[in-house]
Design a protein around this ligand. Structure first.
Ligand code: DGL
Length: 297
């Protein structure tokens, strides 16, 4: 998991006031809600702001510059809303732009990355599957993870084309989705894999469908709990833990760059969180240029 960066701006804010500020969590869409679920369980006193960039999801099939452009714009927007720390709850955005965003934002950051290390530690057959987006798999950051941890373990890397789109439609179990999952998972089983890295934060919402296909033959590696623990460490290092115990976790504030209907539905059905979703316009150089081009055309 990426190490926290020092944050001179945050250190200059009165610690007491800053610790009451919310934590910003962001994903290309709804997948980061799997991280939000773990953060709420680990840090129930913290106020959370969640942005889904659903208007521009999926990121996994976009170019690297576009992903960095959106990640920076949304991180800056959350910092401007008063977020005391940012969780980039998207493997694709972390892989493509965490270093850039860390440099430019004045708040501590936590990113996510596929659990290659825990998979290499626990696989007995020494064959593990990785499901992640195309952009994550091609990134230098992911290739670095393989170089570091895959020396004596074979990783079968499979782009999960279509899976993010399914979750964005709130489809976590249709016949088409199951057929798509089967086409990705059966070759892994045939090759002797005993472990599957869920390398995209959308995929934990598919765990029941995956279990129906693989049974207990694959151990599923989801890093959301590890991310929540890392966030707790980062907040503590910066003196930013909320000092006010809450009787129950406060409702997150949800924002979306689309109409938010699916976000509300997924949060209610899979997280049992009934909360309104506010539609927001977060412009960025690349999306402004696209809007200008479509006006000219
Ligand atoms: N949840 C994002 C991730 O972890 C999905 C990326 C996408 O939108 O393709 O990579």
């Amino acid at each position: 998991m990426p190490a926290p960066s020092p944050s001179p701006t945050v250190c200059s804010v009165a610690a007491g006031a800053a610790s009451q500020a919310p934590i910003g969590i962001f994903d290309s869409g709804l997948g980061g809600l799997s991280v939000l679920r773990a953060v709420r369980a680990q840090l129930p006193d913290e106020a959370l702001l969640y942005v889904a960039d659903s208007l521009y999801a999926p990121y996994g099939e976009r170019d690297d510059d576009f992903i960095a452009d959106r990640t920076l714009a949304i991180g800056a927007w959350l910092a401007a809303q008063g977020a005391k720390a940012l969780v980039v709850a998207c493997n694709t955005a972390t892989a493509q732009s965490i270093a850039l965003v860390r440099d430019k934002l004045p708040i501590p950051l936590v990113g996510v990355e596929p659990g290659v290390k825990p998979a290499a530690l626990q696989s007995k057959s020494r064959v593990a599957g990785v499901l992640a987006t195309q952009a994550t798999l091609r990134s230098a950051r992911f290739q670095g993870l393989l170089e570091r941890y895959a020396a004596d373990c074979r990783f079968l890397c499979q782009p999960g084309h279509g899976l993010v789109q399914a979750v964005e439609r709130c489809d976590v179990g249709s016949a088409e989705l199951r057929a798509l999952l089967r086409s990705y998972l059966e070759p892994m089983l045939d090759a002797g894999a005993d472990t599957l890295v869920l390398g995209c934060t959308h995929y934990p919402f598919l765990d029941a469908a995956i279990r129906d296909i693989v049974g207990e033959r694959l151990a599923l590696i989801d890093t959301s709990v590890a991310i929540a623990r890392q966030l707790e460490r980062v907040l503590e290092q910066h003196g930013l833990r909320s000092a006010t115990p809450a009787a129950r976790p406060p409702l997150p504030r949800f924002y979306s760059t689309d109409d938010g209907v699916r976000q509300r539905q997924l949060a209610a059905t899979l997280l049992q969180i009934e909360a309104a979703v506010e539609q927001v316009l977060i412009s960025s150089p690349r999306t402004c240029a696209a809007a200008r081009d479509s006006q000219v055309a």
